[in-house]
Write a protein that binds this ligand. Structure first.
Ligand code: XMP
Length: 516
């Protein structure tokens, strides 16, 4: 029998750092899952069938504990007697639940703060008498009942950290997960290893075997197809599925016509060398037809998601495959709104873009719990070629979601040319390693220009370059002006349909990386 991963569940109160907590826990070699804040004991037990749940972290969140509909936990989960760590909103919520005194702070604390450590024990073990931490809160805990003790305070926050005297319940007013809290990692380690007694058994090496086994067990004696886009996620999923199934697997590359210049050829070259059953489905015409008149981005994604499945079904019918394997990763599921009470940010084509009725027995998603950087580690361990490991992420719907509004052949041609120029110039300037993604967006705006001595009226193209760790948040990249100038000059010279180039200077949030 395989060992279950020791696991920390992170109860999501909507805080912007919620994912960071998840990442930090996993960096310590311990598995973490983000779960709804009102998860029930039954749901925790269900997770417990697969994972060894050892502790709960209550994340921060934008609400105030005395708002009428302030998010709560399901009290019954405390009966599970798991160690609990409340951070920021989580800290205030526990205090309020046990009838402590929580009030709006007279002066809100944002940013760096110095806390006085009154008792360096438990989560605060090894901390110095004064620690620099990152605070971001309006409400403050002023008093707790006698069964709690204060572990730290600041000038304006008398109970900045606490613990229950006999049970493993802790609260920190600050955010140990952000790098600005100097010893934040140690605080989290104290909780994970000392308080929850986790073993660091979330190892990528074991994971490969586990995922291969899972695919083998799911598919059994049947056959499967896998959607292969040439991106890192589907390539890793293909490599794992090929290990699990050998020639019972067919990899299908759907050429929907919205790939980047030269890409379908490059992908075919790479994967034909892999010694797997590899099929290219030329679906350019049918995708374009289905997208005629479609303007709304969410509708576009749904049409594309559905058409992908219809192509897969047709290939499967020929090969007799009953299973579809996909390279869906954790952030795809989150942004597609799989969390309770969370908004659908966008329907990733392979998650919420799926039609409700499909002809497959099951969709198998071996990477569903991994973040992108974890997928990259697996790719390296599997020995995938560098051009795949380092390939910038590319959305499944391709350039279709980088052309705003309705698509047509001319727009696709323009988008391919402008994208190729950005790629060339960024790579020539040696900036690609610093960037998560760099591409163009063909906007639905036109602008007047002057080319030669004549008036021109053409497309406005936006250049987008972003830095990110795992795509849940991103910063626009500060590309040097000379590089931007070169890009702009080349685009307007080499692509006559474009009269204007703009640079997108928006972070995520509030924007997303892609425009649609
Ligand atoms: P956003 O635009 O949501 O994108 O900030 C986050 C990351 O996901 C990629 N992306 C997709 N990948 N199917 C995919 O396989 C999709 O439908 C999809 N939409 C966005 C995007 O390129 C970025 O890296």
């Amino acid at each position: 029998m395989q060992t279950k991963y020791d696991t920390i569940l992170i109860l999501d109160f909507g805080g912007q750092y919620c994912h960071l907590i998840g990442r930090r826990v996993r960096e310590q070699g311990v598995y973490s899952e983000i779960v709804p804040h009102d998860i029930t004991p039954e749901e925790v037990r269900k997770i417990g069938e697969k994972f060894n749940v050892k502790g709960l972290i209550l994340s921060g969140g934008p609400a105030s504990v005395y708002e009428p509909n302030a998010p709560q936990i399901n009290f019954a989960i405390l009966e599970l007697r798991l160690p609990v760590l409340g951070l920021c909103y989580g800290h205030q919520l526990i205090a309020q639940m046990v009838k402590g005194k929580v009030k709006p702070a007279e002066c809100r604390e944002y940013g760096f703060a110095e806390v006085v450590i009154d008792k360096p024990v438990g989560v605060l073990k090894g901390m110095k008498p004064k620690e620099v931490v990152w605070m971001s809160h309006g409400d403050t805990v002023f008093e707790l009942p006698a069964e709690f003790e204060t572990l730290a305070h600041t000038e304006s926050c008398p109970v900045a950290a606490y613990r229950h005297k006999t049970r493993a319940i802790y609260g920190l007013q600050w955010h140990p997960e952000v790098v600005h809290t100097k010893n934040g990692t140690q605080m989290l380690r104290n909780f994970i290893f000392d308080v929850c007694c986790c073993e660091a058994n979330w190892k990528m090496e074991d994971l490969i075997g586990k995922m291969v086994n899972e695919i083998r067990t799911e598919v059994g004696n049947s056959t499967a197809i896998i959607g292969l886009s040439g991106g890192i996620d589907s390539s890793v999923a293909t490599a794992l599925a090929a290990r699990a199934l050998g020639d019972k697997l067919t990899a299908v590359f759907v050429d929907h016509g919205f790939m980047r210049e030269g890409e379908p050829e490059a992908i075919s070259r790479t994967f034909q060398k892999f010694g797997i059953n590899f099929v290219v489905a030329d679906a350019q015409k049918r995708f374009m037809e289905k997208l005629k008149g479609v303007v709304d981005p969410e509708k576009k994604r749904k049409v594309i998601g559905k058409e992908f499945i219809r192509v897969f079904e047709e290939v499967a019918e020929k090969s007799g495959a009953q299973y579809l394997i996909q390279g869906t990763i954790y952030p795809d599921r989150i942004e597609s709104g799989f969390r309770k009470n969370s908004d659908v940010i966008k329907s990733h084509h392979n998650v919420a873009g799926l039609p409700s009725k499909i002809k497959f027995k099951k969709i198998v998603e071996p990477l569903r719990d991994l973040y992108k950087d974890e997928v990259r580690k697996v790719a390296l361990m599997l020995g995938l070629p560098k051009e795949i490991v380092n390939r910038q992420p590319f959305p499944g719907p391709g350039l279709a979601v980088r052309i705003i509004g309705e698509l047509d052949e001319e727009k696709v041609k323009v988008a391919k040319k402008t994208d190729a120029i950005v790629r060339e110039e960024i790579e020539k300037a040696g900036l690609e390693k610093k960037l998560w993604q760099y591409f163009t967006v063909l906007t639905d705006t036109k602008a007047t220009g002057v080319k030669g001595d004549s008036r021109a009226y053409g497309y406005v193209v936006a250049v987008r370059a972003a830095e990110s760790q795992e795509a849940m948040t991103a910063n626009f990249a500060q590309i040097p002006y000379p590089v931007l100038e070169k890009i702009s000059t080349r685009i307007t010279n080499e692509v006559p349909e474009v009269t204007r180039v703009v640079y997108d200077v928006t972070h995520k949030p509030p924007a997303t990386i892609e425009w649609e």
